[in-house]
Design a protein around this ligand. Structure first.
Ligand code: FES
Length: 310
């Protein structure tokens, strides 16, 4: 960093005071801070003083700001000499700040520098007509559009020596100029044709929609699988809880041979012995009873037809 000193005494104005409008503005800035903290307004006040003085901060302006804020002069001087946003020497009506940091240097800042020296003169000197001065500064944060310059409050980017020359011509002539990239770019998109992210479906919502559909399908399949597994488990548990079915159903337990059904069909509630004998062929115990005589077949477990003797 270069040593920053105040301008020589011979070019310092004899006095400085805020204009009426700026005094009101300064009062509003100071009022933003609590009592005892008015010094917090020092940078905005110095910035306003620089604007009023034509782009630089004379010694008398530093003293005036110190008085307004009730600060020691040395404290305001420290701030004004520390921050490079405050110019300590006069500048041209169009003050050009050339970025010379690596990205801009690699993209041609040195060529712009030569252009400025040739057109305006040495760094930090004002052109004979008072229109221009320039200074090299560190990165101004527009590296994607290197090389670039700041002129007063605006950025001019993607410069070449030719486009910079034209820009300075237009400014000197009072013609309107385009702020920002000077090579046709709108902002910091790739130069020439776009080569990445060119699929239009990235921007019409269909990609996001396809992903959402896929997620929904996966979630649905998971839910269905879980439901099927739960149903299978419930079925297995229910089967375990049921009593074992006898290998051979007794004839009187068959729904097709129930008394109610027989009555409904106009048959006697108890089957005839011959029918019973045929339907009970698989029950040896019943067959024995039928062969033994007139005992009717049992209709339930508690009524076997074996009457106690005696
Ligand atoms: S390096 Fe020049 S703007 Fe960042």
């Amino acid at each position: 960093m270069s040593v920053r000193r105040l301008a020589p005494a011979e070019i310092q104005p004899p006095s400085f005071a805020f204009s009426a409008e700026n005094a009101v503005w300064a009062g509003h800035q100071i009022a933003k801070y609590p009592d005892g903290r008015q010094a917090s307004a020092v940078i905005p006040l110095l910035w306003r003083a620089q604007k009023q003085a034509g782009g630089w901060v004379p010694q008398k302006a530093i003293e005036h700001v110190a008085e307004v804020l009730g600060m020691g002069y040395i404290r305001v001087l420290e701030i004004a000499t520390f921050y490079t946003m405050f110019n300590l020497v006069p500048v041209g009506r169009h003050f050009v700040q050339l970025c010379g940091t690596t990205p801009c240097m690699l993209r041609g800042a040195q060529e712009l520098r030569k252009q400025l020296v040739g057109r305006i003169g040495p760094e930090k000197t004002v052109s004979a007509d008072g229109e221009f001065s320039w200074a090299e500064v560190e990165c101004l944060g527009a590296c994607c559009n290197a090389p670039m310059v700041q002129i007063n409050d605006d950025f001019y980017e993607d410069l070449t020596p030719e486009s910079l020359d034209k820009l300075l011509d237009d400014l000197a002539a009072g013609r309107p100029v385009k702020i920002g990239p000077q090579n046709g770019r709108v902002s910091s998109e790739p130069e020439g044709a776009v080569t990445t992210l060119t699929d239009s479906t990235l921007y019409d919502g269909s990609v996001v929609g396809a992903w959402r559909t896929r997620f929904e399908q996966e979630e649905k399949a998971k839910a269905e699988a879980a439901a099927a597994a739960a149903a299978a488990q419930a079925e297995a548990e229910a089967a375990k809880a049921q009593p074992a079915t006898p290998a051979t159903t007794r004839p009187e337990q068959k729904a097709s041979d129930s008394p109610a059904k027989r009555v409904a069909e106009g048959l006697p509630p108890v089957p005839a012995a011959a029918d019973h004998a045929a339907s009970a062929a698989t029950a040896p115990e019943q067959q024995e009873r039928v062969r033994g005589g007139s005992e009717a077949p049992a209709t339930d477990a508690g009524n076997t037809g074996d009457k106690p003797k005696g």
